[in-house]
Design a protein around this ligand. Structure first.
Ligand code: ZN
Length: 274
């Protein structure tokens, strides 16, 4: 028995709004392509009858409301990704609260309900993030890498520095659905001159890594949860979509593999691990 969670970080323009000079018309057009990629992905998911999870900043929801509605109408999960892709590491606590609250409000406009899940932009969190998410009632976070194919409860108040051994803080009620850069399309395919990232890898190489990781989990982790992170503006191009379709077919051909939304998986795990 294995679970696959396909997740999509639909950043659109919000990934190009940093103060590092990225927000040029050319880069913003790359974000705009995310909307086309999102539509293609929704069609692919419908064809294979796969439920999935979409982490969408409030800025994207408000800029592409029709696509946000299409995600929800197809019974995919709409989850939190801050308002304008703010990196929590760079925020004061009041600023981080504002980004969280604006993101919640945008999601509530579409779904009528508070989101269950949160993923931090750039997978960076501040020392406050996990505590704040628990306070705001999130059921799960998907930003940390303290395990690979098994959820766990993250902590607050860790003291880890070079002065002595780690002192672990208290576990929080929120569930961590762990991620990894090797199961993310951005490092492989992304290109960002300002950071020196030049991915542009061959899709078949990436498909090989993802299939092999999945196969390892299948044979070594009973009840493992395979979370794949993708960005519509990155994965939404022809040859990459073909690769993703091949990976989906590979997984669906294995016995006992189910595709689920992350909120459903996190909820079941929390119930089984009170
Ligand atoms: Zn993002």
């Amino acid at each position: 028995m294995a679970t696959v969670c396909l997740s999509f970080d639909f950043d659109a323009f919000s990934g190009w709004l940093r103060d590092d000079g990225s927000n040029t018309p050319g880069n913003l057009s790359r974000g705009e392509f995310g909307d086309i990629g999102a539509r293609r992905l929704l069609a692919l998911l419908a064809e294979y009858r796969i439920p999935s999870t979409w982490f969408v900043p409030g800025h994207t929801i408000e800029s592409f409301p029709g696509t946000a509605e299409a995600i929800v109408n197809a019974a995919h999960e709409l989850a939190h990704h801050n308002y304008a892709h703010e990196n929590p590491r760079a925020l004061t606590e009041p600023e981080e609260r504002r980004a969280i609250e604006r993101g919640i409000a945008a999601i509530e406009q579409v779904t009528g309900a508070q989101p269950a899940g949160y993923r931090s932009p750039s997978w960076d969190v501040s020392h406050n993030t996990l505590r704040l998410l628990s306070e705001y009632g999130f059921e799960y976070d998907s930003s940390l890498m303290g395990n690979d194919f098994s959820p766990y409860r993250p902590r607050t108040g860790d003291v880890i520095n070079a002065e002595g051994p780690a002192r672990f803080g208290e576990k929080l009620p929120i569930v961590e659905m762990p991620v990894d850069w090797s199961l993310d399309d951005y490092p492989y395919f992304g290109l960002r001159w300002s950071t020196g990232l030049v991915g542009l890898r061959t899709p078949s190489q990436v498909g090989e890594v993802w299939r092999d990781e999945f196969d390892w989990m299948q044979s070594h982790v009973d009840g493992g949860i395979f979370t794949l992170t993708m960005h519509p503006q990155v994965i939404g191009r022809g040859a990459r979509l073909t690769m993703l379709e091949g990976v989906i077919q590979h997984m669906q051909a294995q016995p006992g593999v189910v595709f689920r939304r992350m909120q459903d998986v996190a909820r079941d795990w929390a119930e089984a691990n009170p």
